[in-house]
Design a protein around this ligand. Structure first.
Ligand code: SF4
Length: 212
């Protein structure tokens, strides 16, 4: 079985650099990370296109709930996500809406505070830390769990164990962590879908095909 470094190389050789996260700026990145919960990126793009003219934390925090809900409606679960965005914004306000203040936070403390925000789970928190603040935390999502399991690794596993699985086997390297996660997303879209397209899959030679 390939080690995670070799596995990354095989994905990279297939898909090339992914240049993630798809966003113009940090606040857009964070908003996208909250809106993408329980949906796909296409729906987030539609919501982002609608919310973009108002995409300033000071503006969104004062926006009436119904107005914000309508703007983000295409991302689904829009009432819940409106509440989650506002919860993040209230926390961000305690740092004067200033990213420089967040940059002062040590990663462990930063992660702890993000996880204390209602509706911010480990995947969202780690996406924000990695893609928004260049912190070396490996993001685990359902695609990662699915692909690793099918390949024959001891997955799925609880979030923190999965994160440690990668972090303990890879060099602490932010660009690598960013691109690796993006490669998994790419592979899940192109081949390792819910119903996998194994024909011509670039990982077929190393895959145990442990498909449910
Ligand atoms: S061979 Fe099939 S199950 Fe294995 S990684 Fe490729 S698409 Fe997924």
């Amino acid at each position: 079985m390939k080690n995670p470094n070799e596995l990354y190389q095989q994905l990279y050789d297939t898909y090339g650099p992914q240049n993630w996260w798809p966003a113009d700026g940090r606040f857009e990145m964070i908003t996208g990370a909250i809106l993408v919960q329980n949906t796909n990126w296409k729906n987030v793009e539609k919501a982002m296109a609608q919310v973009k003219p108002w995409l300033e934390p000071e503006t969104l925090i004062d926006m009436p709930a119904e107005q914000l809900q309508q703007l983000i409606r295409p991302s689904g679960f829009f009432r819940m996500k409106e509440e989650r965005l506002k919860a993040f914004l209230r926390w961000f306000k305690s740092y004067d809406f200033d990213f420089r203040n967040l940059e002062q936070l040590e990663t462990k403390q930063f992660r702890k505070e993000l996880l204390e925000i209602k509706g911010v789970g480990p995947e969202t928190a780690d996406s924000i830390l990695l893609y928004g603040f260049e912190r070396p935390v490996f993001v685990i999502d359902a695609y990662t769990q699915r692909i690793m399991k099918r390949l024959g690794y001891p997955f799925p596993m609880p979030y923190e164990e999965a994160r440690t699985y990668f972090e303990s086997r890879l060099t602490e390297d932010v660009p690598l962590y960013k691109d690796y996660h993006a490669q998994f997303v790419m592979h899940a879209k192109n081949h390792c879908r819910k119903k996998p397209l194994c024909e011509n899959c670039p990982l077929e030679d190393v895959c145990m095909k442990q498909i449910d």
